[in-house]
Ligand binder design. Sequence first.
Ligand code: HEC
Length: 291
Amino acid sequence: MNRLVGAISAFCSVCFVLAGLWLGSANSPAFAASEAPHTGMQSWTFSGVFGHFDRAQLQRGYKVYQEVCSNCHGMRLLSFRNLGEAGGPEFSEAEVKAIAAGFQVVDGPNRDGEMFERDGKPSDRFVSPFKNDNEARSANNSALPPDLSVIGKARGLHREVPWYLAPFNWLQEIAAGYQEGGADYMFALLTGYAEAPSDFKLAEGMEYNKVFPGHQIAMPPPLSDEAVEYTDGTPQTVTQYARDLSAFFMWAADTKLEQRKQLGFRVMIYLLILTVLLYLAKRKLWSRVKH
Ligand code: HEC
């Protein structure tokens, strides 16, 4: 029995090591050569055990979202106060108040039973651009721009590999603790607009996109170089905007990511110490029994 358990755990370890090694090679140029440069696993500050968000990047991401994407997409699960919380963009209290005050929100009813508009407060939710889905569709050629609050978790990178390699892909992702599929997809989507191949039939009003399922998307390319002004000297390119937005959406979908990873690490240390103690206790308890 012991031998069987030993053999199984040895097999699993070997699989993990192989998967890890394969992961190492996944980012090498040889692997990337068959793919477009932006459609793979990117390196993010928030990946890995010690992952954390880059505050400046999140602040830039919010700016681009606000100036460009919020014309069509809402983020109704976020409140302005979230922008000032630890582990996020960490805007100062005054900045959060100023951001919120820049919006008109509907409140009420007042004493006469009327709804009224007032300046936003940090406790208010983000304001959606359309009153309802029908209005959103009618403004967008019948396509619905989805709410982006949790899009970072709702999408993932689809890697096209033969079916027999798929299990290795899963192992590789488990071994690497891969959780950044949403950001990788978003980045690939925003930088994935291209001319449709000549044999591709594009429907009226649609755009060709390399990673969107089916390759036809109703969203016109939302980004262009120099569209949003960065004051910290970061390059104002589509690639950079896409990176910053992807990080921002990842945070929005997982606002407690940093706390979660820190707690996870502490739990692992705790379990490690507990394992050693249990092992020593076991040795002591069984030392007098002949076996
Ligand atoms: C002119 C309106 C408009 C703007 C501006 C716009 N979008 Fe969209 N977006 C759409 C529409 C419409 C869809 C639905 C596309 C479809 O279903 O084919 C969409 C879909 C999406 C999706 C979902 C893709 C999927 O996998 O389902 C994402 C993500 C997205 N947009 C991100 C963004 C980001 C980020 C920005 C800002 C840089 C942005 N959009 C700006 C109209 C817009």
